[in-house]
Design a protein around this ligand. Structure first.
Ligand SMILES: O=C(CO)[C@@H](O)[C@H](O)COP(=O)(O)O
Length: 224
């Protein structure tokens, strides 16, 4: 199956939260395809961020782009229906945070969303042995989850290559997403390793010109 078109998904963790609706409008207007929505619970990860009410507020504000919810919460299941009702498109979770990974994937689908599984830098891809055929997205973390602005962990490149191979063998249209330390100067190498969906927080929101940085990232990601 041909590689899916590249998607840039700005992580709103690095946006100005006091102007969130305007920030999301600005990155979508600047060419980003998705909104990456980082949910942290001060339990599974040390940071505390936002929940379904903020997702719903973005929909009410008029955001129509796919909202890519990354749950860094434990437990997972009880918050899934709330995010689905709030307008999430994809809901991804960490296998270590779910008691029953297969059931959580089913729950996400039953609630009308696409399901993703997230791999921390030290989490084995062996979880895919049993659930790859049920997933819509595989997310490889290239930093330890919890904070924006960290440096890309190079071992994520080998993991991307392995995940790409598995997805290609499956023949299914599963997106391969990368998250953490993604910048204009490394996105080409990340794309060559197999990613098609690129989360970037500080690389986009720390720049004044969102359009320019997103264009730079896209041309590096598709020019492989
Ligand atoms: O999920 C996370 C961190 O846990 C990420 O989405 C980061 O927020 C990405 O930020 P940058 O590394 O791109 O600044």
């Amino acid at each position: 199956m041909a590689r899916q078109p590249a998607v840039i998904a700005p992580s709103i963790l690095s946006a100005d939260f006091a102007r969130l609706g305007a920030e999301v409008d600005a990155v979508i207007d600047a060419g980003a395809e998705w909104v990456h929505f980082d949910v942290m619970d001060n339990h599974y990860v040390p940071n505390l961020t936002i929940g379904p009410l903020v997702c719903q507020a973005l929909r009410k504000h008029g955001v129509t782009a796919p909202i890519d919810v990354h749950l860094m919460v434990k437990p997972v299941d009880r918050i899934v229906p709330d995010f689905a009702k709030a307008g999430a498109t994809t809901i991804s979770f960490h296998p270590e945070a779910s008691e029953h990974v297969d059931r959580t994937i089913q729950l996400i689908h039953d609630n009308g969303c696409k399901a993703g599984l997230v791999f921390n830098p030290a989490t084995s891809l062996s979880w895919l042995d049993y659930v790859l055929d049920k997933l819509d997205l595989v997310l490889i973390m290239s930093v330890n989850p919890g904070f924006g602005g960290q440096s890309f962990i190079p071992a994520a490149l080998d993991k991307l290559r392995l995940a790409r191979e598995r997805i290609d063998v499956s023949g299914r249209a599963i997106r391969l997403e990368i998250d953490g330390g993604v910048k204009p100067d490394n996105i080409g190498e990340i794309a060559r390793a197999g990613a098609d969906t690129f989360v970037a927080g500080s690389a986009i929101f720390n720049e004044k010109d969102y359009r320019a940085v997103i264009a730079q990232m896209k041309s590096a990601a598709v020019g492989i």
